[in-house]
Design a protein around this ligand. Structure first.
Ligand SMILES: C[S@@+](CC[C@H](N)C(=O)[O-])C[C@H]1O[C@@H](n2cnc3c(N)ncnc32)[C@H](O)[C@@H]1O
Ligand code: SF4
Length: 489
C-alpha cells in the first residue's frame, strides 16, 4: 500500500489504521506498485481550535475523500488529538471505499483495555468512558461496553498485586506437528524435536538462575505460566522432570495460579495430567479450536473432536482447579452454525475458562500460501460467531475477564477470555495490564519489567531453541535483564 503524509502524524499509526480496511497490506518502499495497490493520502493541520485531517483513500475503482476536525479537549494531548482527527477521516473514507464498518472504530492497539482503564481513572464513570470510546474512538456500543467491563475487571485484579510480586513464564516452543494456521515459532519436525533433552537442561539452569535473582531482589512469585508451543509435547518423564525441578525452586503452594498450556489434546495422557496436579499445577489448557471434524482436518490439527473430549474428561478427573479451552472463530471454511455448535458443546462441559480467539493471519502460517482467502474483512460469519460466543457465555454465567486484539484478524475482531466466577486467569490479566514484572525463561521468551517511571522494559531471549542453546547463561544480554532494573534498591 502506498501512503503519503503531510503534517505531524506518526507513519506507523497511519499504517495500522489502513490495515483495518486493507488487511495484509505491506508498506515497504520496495513493494511493487500497481493499479490495484491501495493508496492513502493524509494531510494534518493544527488550527487554533483543534486539529483538521483530510484523507483520500483509493482502492481499485473506488476513491473517497473525508475531512475530520477534532476540537481541543483537555482529555487529549495534541498528539492524541491529531490521531483522533486522522483516525476519523480514515474511518469515513475507509467505510466508503471498502463498505466495511470496523467494530473497534479507530482503536488500533492490541490492549484496548489499557485505553479504557486510563479513561476510567480520568473520568471516574463507566458511562463517561463509553462516551469517549464511541464518540472519539468510534467503537460500536457493543465493543465499548465489552471493553469497559473487561478493563474494570482486569484493573481490580491487577491492582491486588503490589510491586514486590512478580510472575514467571517458561517457554516450551515445541509441538508434535505444525498446524496450518499457526504462526508461532515452534519446532515440530523429528530432527528439531530431538533437541528437547538439551533444551530442558539449559532451561532448568535458566529457571534456577532467574529464581535466584528474583529472591535476591526480594520479590515473591505469584503466578507461573508454562506456555508454548505445546508444553505437553514433552514425554511423561521430561514433563515430570521439569515440573519437579520447578517445584524445588518455587513452592507451588505459595502460588495464586500455576498454568500448564497443554493445548493439543493428542499430547495429553493421564500420567502427564497426574504428574502436573501432583506438582501443583492449578490451571491447564486443553484446546479443541473447533469441534468440526472437517475443519480440524483442514487446519492440520491432527486430532479429532473425540480426542478433545477424552483429554478434557481426563483433566477433569485429575483434579485441576481450572480448565481452559481455546476456540477460534472465523477459521477458513468454518461457518456460523458450525461455530455455534462448537460453542454450545464447550459451554455444556463447563470449563472454568473459555478463550475465544478470532482467526488471524501472519506471514509464517502455511495457510497463507494455500490459496485460501484468509483476509476476509467483511466476514458476516465471523461477526456472528464472535457475537454468539459473547451471548452464550453470558447466558451460561461466564463473564469476559480479559481481551486483546491482533492485527489482521478476520473482521478486525477481538480475542476474549471468559471465566466462571473465581477463575479469572490471573497471569493473562497481569500480562495485559503491563503493570507487573514478568520474568521469562526459554527460547522466544520476553521478560517484561516495570521500571521506576512506570514504563515497561522488555528483554528478549533468542527466538529459536538452537540460538538459545548457544547463549551463555551469564552472558551480558541476560545479565542486563537483572542488573538494569532493581525495583527495590
Ligand atoms: C500459543 S497458541 C498455543 C496453544 C496450543 N499449542 C494449541 O494449539 O492448542 C495459543 C492459542 O492461540 C490461538 N491461535 C493460534 N493461532 C491462531 C490464529 N492464526 N488465529 C487465531 N487464533 C490462533 C489458538 O486458540 C491457540 O490455542
Ligand atoms: S497451533 Fe498450537 S499445536 Fe499447532 S503448531 Fe501452533 S502452537 Fe503448535
Amino acid at each position: 500500500m502506498k501512503i503519503t503524509i503531510q503534517g505531524d502524524i506518526n507513519v506507523s499509526y497511519v499504517q495500522n489504521l489502513c490495515l483495518i480496511f486493507f488487511p495484509g497490506q505491506k508498506f515497504s518502499e520496495h513493494e511493487k506498485e500497481s493499479e490495484e495497490t491501495p493508496k492513502a493520502d493524509v494531510r494534518v493541520e493544527r488550527e487554533e481550535e483543534g486539529v483538521r485531517a483530510t484523507v483520500t483513500l483509493e482502492a481499485g475503482d473506488r476513491k473517497h475523500t473525508a475531512t475530520s476536525f477534532a476540537p481541543n479537549n483537555p482529555l487529549h494531548s495534541d498528539h492524541r488529538l491529531a490521531q483522533i482527527a486522522v483516525g476519523a477521516a480514515v474511518y469515513e473514507a475507509g467505510k466508503k471505499v471498502t463498505e466495511f464498518t470496523p467494530p473497534w472504530g479507530i482503536l488500533v492497539g492490541i490492549r484496548p483495555g489499557k485505553v479504557a482503564a486510563k479513561l476510567y481513572d480520568e473520568l471516574g464513570t463507566k458511562t463517561a468512558v463509553k462516551k469517549v470510546l464511541t464518540g472519539d474512538y468510534l467503537l460500536t456500543n457493543k465493543k465499548a461496553q465489552l471493553i469497559t467491563t473487561v478493563a474494570l475487571n482486569e484493573q481490580k485484579l491487577v491492582r491486588r498485586y503490589k510491586p514486590d510480586t512478580c510472575s514467571l513464564y517458561v517457554s516450551i516452543p515445541f509441538c508434535p506437528t505444525r498446524c496450518a494456521y499457526c504462526s508461532f515459532v515452534s519446532y515440530a519436525t523429528p530432527r528439531l524435536l530431538s533437541m528437547i533433552p538439551d533444551y530442558l537442561e539449559r532451561l532448568k539452569a535458566d529457571i534456577a538462575e532467574t529464581v535466584r535473582i528474583i529472591k535476591e531482589k526480594g520479590q515473591r512469585i505469584v503466578t507461573v505460566y508454562i506456555g508454548g508451543g505445546t508444553p505437553t509435547t514433552l514425554d511423561e518423564a521430561q514433563l515430570g522432570g521439569l515440573l519437579e525441578f520447578i517445584g524445588r525452586q518455587i513452592d507451588p503452594a505459595g502460588l495464586d495460579e500455576y498454568t500448564l498450556e497443554g493445548g493439543r489434546p493428542d499430547t495429553i495422557t493421564p500420567k502427564k495430567l497426574s504428574v502436573a496436579v501432583n506438582c501443583g499445577v492449578s490451571r491447564i489448557s486443553i484446546n479443541p479450536q473447533t469441534l468440526n471434524e472437517d475443519i480440524l482436518k483442514s487446519i492440520g490439527r491432527k486430532h479429532t473432536a473425540d480426542d478433545f473430549f477424552r483429554a478434557y474428561y481426563q483433566a477433569r478427573q485429575s483434579g485441576f482447579k481450572t480448565i481452559n479451552t481455546d476456540v477460534i472463530a472465523g477459521l477458513p471454511g468454518d461457518n456460523f452454525p458450525s461455530f455455534a455448535k462448537t460453542m454450545d458443546q464447550i459451554v455444556q462441559l463447563r470449563p472454568e475458562n473459555i478463550t475465544v480467539h478470532t482467526f488471524f493471519v501472519k506471514k509464517a502460517s502455511d495457510i497463507l500460501h494455500s490459496g485460501v482467502n484468509v483476509y476476509s474483512r467483511n466476514s458476516r460469519e465471523a461477526v456472528q460467531s464472535v457475537d454468539y460466543s459473547q451471548i452464550v457465555t453470558t447466558q451460561s454465567k461466564y463473564h469476559p475477564y480479559y481481551l486483546y486484539r491482533q492485527k489482521n484478524t478476520v473482521g478486525n475482531l477481538e480475542n476474549v477470555g471468559f471465566s466462571l466466577d473465581g477463575h479469572d486467569g490471573i497471569y493473562n490479566c497481569l500480562i495485559m495490564a503491563e503493570e507487573h514484572d514478568i520474568y521469562a525463561c526459554g527460547a522466544g521468551a520476553v521478560t517484561k519489567l516495570v521500571s521506576k517511571d512506570g514504563n515497561l522494559r522488555r528483554f528478549y531471549m533468542p527466538k529459536y531453541p538452537y540460538e538459545y542453546l548457544d547463549m551463555p547463561l551469564d552472558g551480558e544480554d541476560r545479565r542486563a535483564i537483572f542488573d538494569e532494573i532493581r525495583y527495590f534498591e
